[in-house]
Design a protein around this ligand. Structure first.
Ligand SMILES: NC(=O)c1ccc[n+]([C@@H]2O[C@H](COP(=O)([O-])OP(=O)(O)OC[C@H]3O[C@@H](n4cnc5c(N)ncnc54)[C@H](O)[C@@H]3O)[C@@H](O)[C@H]2O)c1
Length: 365
């Protein structure tokens, strides 16, 4: 993978490195006084592998802290627990907090590092497809609060993100597909021929009976798609780190998705972030068609998303989602900034009131 960087005002803020094998991260950990590792409890083997390799290289690594992962655990309380652990080991601003796991782990680890002593060094090893193409790049950190997704958070770039594709072989199909949704979203925003390639590869992986074997044999193709998606995201973030304009594009499908997730959260239903994003993109395409901005897009995308193993219809009435849409972070006063697809490779921003959206989509099947 080419080196991908987040650059702002000519300054490199963050690097996305890629390597074969987790031990390859060690060279990027040298130079910090102490390294603290938090790791999703489900992938402790990856955290331990990094810890062992770092210790063998003479790096001062504090014992690994594992965290339980769920959207309910993605809370200020878990973050406070991480801060207590850092405080107990006298962490300071010369130290590094490395988060190993999917988007929940990296969002929480990043947030803890940003608030502890007003900010210590931090970096990520994303272990899900979703976090490799999206969550671990761009500097958004945070936790859920009061039934709403990512309500508390800070934007700050990690020192680096280290991507290692091999970790994806243990990822369950559903979580892999969840990442597929963010990858497809990225290529709907900026295509360069990647969208078609992604649909072909992701649908063959979804239908494969021996998916892990296929994943291994398609290693280079998967790597190429991850790098392309990561690169699109890094480019957008470099041009608009704090989401005052272009970065909003990355929210394609997300106003609907966050409302779906909030509703699922309230009803204790299990819908992953990527699944909600897939449903949200289809709703955005339907809205785009209703506004005359797109033609025949939602049916095509529905077919392609289904082939990639993604759900495309929200299990809630639109009126139930309305309140959460108004509370979305993309809402300003009365209007919400909706990102709508015009075609694959082009999206536009439309400021709409939630009631208008509910009215426009009320007859959509
Ligand atoms: N910061 C951002 O810009 C950004 C962008 C998109 C999503 N997000 C956030 O990311 C979260 C979703 O991320 P996610 O899909 O990575 O979820 P996740 O962190 O919950 O991981 C999904 C599941 O996979 C397991 N897992 C992780 N890596 C594994 C591996 N290699 N092998 C086996 N199991 C593994 C986890 O334990 C979990 O059960 C959401 O909370 C969302 O809000 C943040």
């Amino acid at each position: 993978m080419e080196e991908i960087r987040i650059i702002s005002d000519g300054k490199v803020l963050s690097n996305v490195y890629s390597g074969t094998g987790l031990a390859g991260i060690v060279k990027y950990l040298a130079g910090y006084r102490k390294v603290f590792i938090i790791c999703d409890a489900a992938v402790v083997r990856y955290g331990s592998l990094i810890q062992d390799a770092a210790k063998a290289a003479g790096i001062n690594v504090v014992d690994l802290q594992s965290v339980t992962i769920s959207e309910t655990d993605k809370s200020i309380y878990t973050v406070l627990g991480i801060c207590e652990w850092l405080m107990g080991h006298n962490a300071d601003r010369n130290d590094m907090l490395l988060s190993v796991g999917g988007g929940i782990t990296t969002d929480m680890g990043g947030f803890a590092a940003c608030i502890f002593k007003r900010g210590i060094h931090f970096a990520y090893v994303p272990t899900t497809l979703l976090s490799q193409v999206d969550a671990a790049i761009g500097g958004k950190t945070g936790v859920n609060f009061g039934d709403y997704k990512n309500m508390l958070g800070i934007i700050r770039q990690p020192d680096f993100t280290y991507e290692c594709q091999e970790v994806l072989t243990t990822l369950p199909r559903r979580d892999f597909n969840s990442g597929a949704a963010e990858m497809l979203k990225t290529f709907i925003i900026e295509d360069n021929g990647w969208y078609e390639k992604a649909v072909t590869l992701l649908s063959s992986l979804n239908s494969a009976t021996k998916r892990q074997d296929l994943l291994k044999s398609l290693k280079e193709e998967v790597q190429e798609l991850i790098a392309a998606a990561a690169s699109v995201k890094a480019g957008v973030v470099s041009r608009d780190q704090f989401e005052s304009g272009e970065r909003r594009k990355l929210n394609l499908g997300h106003t609907f998705a966050h409302a779906i997730e909030s509703e699922a959260f309230k009803r204790e239903m299990d819908i992953t972030h990527g699944e909600a994003v897939a449903m949200g993109i289809i709703m955005a395409a339907q809205l785009s068609e209703k506004l005359g901005l797109a033609k025949d897009l939602s049916d095509r995308m529905t077919e392609e998303f289904i082939a990639c193993g993604l759900p495309t219809a929200a299990p809630f009435a639109l009126t139930d989602l309305a309140e959460a849409m108004g509370k979305d972070k993309k809402a300003e006063g009365e209007v919400v900034h909706f990102i709508l697809p015009v075609r694959v490779g082009e999206v536009v921003e439309k400021d709409l009131r939630v009631e208008e959206v509910v009215e426009l989509l009320k007859d959509v099947k």
